[in-house]
Design a protein. Sequence first.
Length: 253
Amino acid sequence: MDEFKRQAYLSAMGIQLYYPRSALVGAKASPASHLASLVTPPPSAALTVDGEGAAPQRAPGNNEGIMLEPENEPGKEREREAESGGESQAGLKFELCYYKINAELAVIDEIPHHSGEKSHSHSLALLRAILLALGVDGKDCQFKPVTFSWPLAAALEMKSEPALEARKALLGFIKKRQEIDLFRNLLIFAGQIDEILMLAEGGEEARDYQFANCSYYVTITSSLRSMLAYPMLKRDTWHHLQPLRQRLAGLGE
């Protein structure tokens, strides 16, 4: 995962980022970073949402636009764990909200653990804005989610690698929902699960594809909370959504 996506996902989980302002004695040279691009936001992307979905304010006095965190705060330990791969050591964990929008489209949104109601309301506002941009009529959707969590049980014993087992379970969940709702397109706003769902086509990861022997398409892009934390992700998201947008537009012609 590159630095930009790592920052977006950590921020979506409520983990503040810390970077030292001075060089550490004896430390290795830092790798090239794209942090400079975070200082000045780019022109607004095609996807926008009212002030309710605005990005979090920067910390006062921080000219670099990076949120700093004192050494003695508890969140610092969580950040260290995430940066050192603590998440993979403890096991792959994620939570999903599934929404049936209409007969053509269903949505899965990956949410960070322990996210609050305010974050949920902002995510739904952004989701409605995205559906409007896609030309999808979601007025009949109640946005009552069907949830899916991984791991399925705390003491679950896995016969294969965690990512493989998670993929099998997630595909089983998707298959069951498709059999019930008969959607033709599934839009997935992903954080961790993009790495276990994206397929390789010609050596490249695919964000829009059709499963073999299936009648529906899958489109994968950044999670809603990541876009709220870093609005610059909306530009890439709009690019990811173009194949889906064209399919939906074709149905209306």
